[in-house]
Design a protein around this ligand. Sequence first.
Ligand SMILES: Cc1cc2nc3c(=O)[nH]c(=O)nc-3n(C[C@H](O)[C@H](O)[C@H](O)COP(=O)(O)O)c2cc1C
Ligand code: SF4
Length: 431
Amino acid sequence: MMEKILTRNIAVENSHRISAYIASGGYEALKTVLNDLSPDEVTDIVKNSGLRGRGGAGFPAGVKWGFVPKETDKLKYLVCNADESEPGTFKDRLILDNDPHMMLEGIAIASYAIGANTAFIYIRGEFAAQTLILNEAIEEMKEKGFLGKNILSSGYDLDIIITRGAGAYICGEETALLTSLEGKRGYPRIKPPFPAVAGYLNSPTIVNNVETLCCVPHIISRGADWFKSIGTEMSSGPKLYCVSGHVRNPGVFELPMGTPLKELIFEHAGGVLHNRKLKAVIPGGSSTSVLKADEIDIAMDFDSVAAAGSMLGSAGIIVMDEQTDMVDACYNLSRFYAHESCGQCTPCREGVPWMTMILGRITNGKGGRRDIDLLLDICKSIERKTICPFGDAAVAPVKSYIDKFREEFDYYVENKKSMVQENEKSDIVAN
Ligand SMILES: Cc1cc2nc3c(=O)[nH]c(=O)nc-3n(C[C@H](O)[C@H](O)[C@H](O)COP(=O)(O)O)c2cc1C
Ligand code: SF4
């Protein structure tokens, strides 16, 4: 059993208070960084740890920090992405609720490493309670001298500003987030340029996920080799896995990167509800391709899930039992994506609602034979033809559900009803 690292304080009374965090060794890493290490040395330690971003793409954090130009007269910024809106994902909320100082210490260290004196926390609008917790935590940090001017007499200044989103899923995408942070409508931008070079107000900006930043104080305190000793060679460290859907014990489980998916579902999450058989699993949040029950013998790390034809993404594992109507489940996700498209690109703005309309028609018993191929055609017209990866994210469920469960789609259009008996259907799980 792996020692708990990111969730070690969760069960401690008042774990969200700075006193509890300091009692567990909190802010020692920040002291080490400000007293003994140069920004480049901090970046090198994080690079050597192999830490990969936990927000979905899995990009190496230290490498990204290294992209920030050294010779620039522009201000630099750090942004903590706390938008967490991907259906099936609720790991960052656990940290925000229970251990905000771990994230704040990570923000301070990362800001120092990239030379930023201002950091933002872009938090999901619905996280009102978590925003209050963060406001208090920031005040506590200031009182203890960990934030503000000349932190711990090091000469380093840092301000942390909280900005709340307004309920748009797309604002979790880093460039949409930055546009929103600038006070504009949250439209994604074409990359390159990448935010590390031209981000907030066109200045060098690093965007990192909550969980990514939470790993940083531990890496500084215990070393890059210690971090690399957890997980797999290419995906190091601990991971917060969210398991939801048709399981007995849904929740967030901290385990090493590369934990078998079967172990997560059948041991930690207690197995499938009502002793039913497993039908399908979404491994990494709703934007990742679905896997059939006989495809889940995989390790949950970036490369193993990719090799299985899906993505680790945000590690939001959604379990579906044998009584799930997969066409209806696909329709449910498609409705979400149609609602959340920002509308900038024609293929996404027009194509995703069109797919949703067709899926609705099929589930209403009014679909025709051509509809399934039409759906696949629309997928082709959206994929890789949009400004941001949202288009591909919206296509992944439709393509993979048809690919893996084609017989259920065929049955619907031929028989005008679901293959799963109406009175035996399981509820569709979305978020
Ligand atoms: C549609 C969409 C939504 C996203 N939502 C989130 C989110 O809620 N939180 C997050 O950290 N990253 C999200 N991302 C990924 C971010 O764009 C970005 O890669 C990430 O914040 C970088 O942090 P990391 O390197 O620490 O993973 C999203 C990406 C896309 C395409
Ligand atoms: S792909 Fe969709 S969400 Fe992304 S920019 Fe284009 S319209 Fe907006």
